[in-house]
Write a protein that binds this ligand. Structure first.
Ligand code: ZN
Length: 77
């Protein structure tokens, strides 16, 4: 498989292959256009991400903390 896949994205003015291009203008003829196949920028952390992160940390704390609590209680006699 080729490193750069041909997405058939061509300049409407001159037909230049625009695959992998991140700018909204043709480097060949300077024609400006909208790149519809462009990947959106990485979104910032949302509330859902934070919730999942907190749940992940909480589960980790329980998995580590609960045996530790049993161990402390067991050796505290
Ligand atoms: Zn062009």
């Amino acid at each position: 498989m080729a490193a750069t896949e041909d997405t058939r994205l061509r300049c409407p003015a001159c037909g230049y292959n625009l695959t992998g291009l991140n700018q909204a203008s043709c480097p060949e003829c300077g024609q400006r256009f909208l790149i519809t196949a462009r990947k959106p920028p990485r979104p910032p952390l949302t509330a859902l991400h934070w919730t999942l992160l907190i749940i992940f940390i909480a589960v980790g704390l329980v998995l580590v903390g609960f045996p530790l609590l049993l161990w402390i209680n067991g050796t505290g006699r």
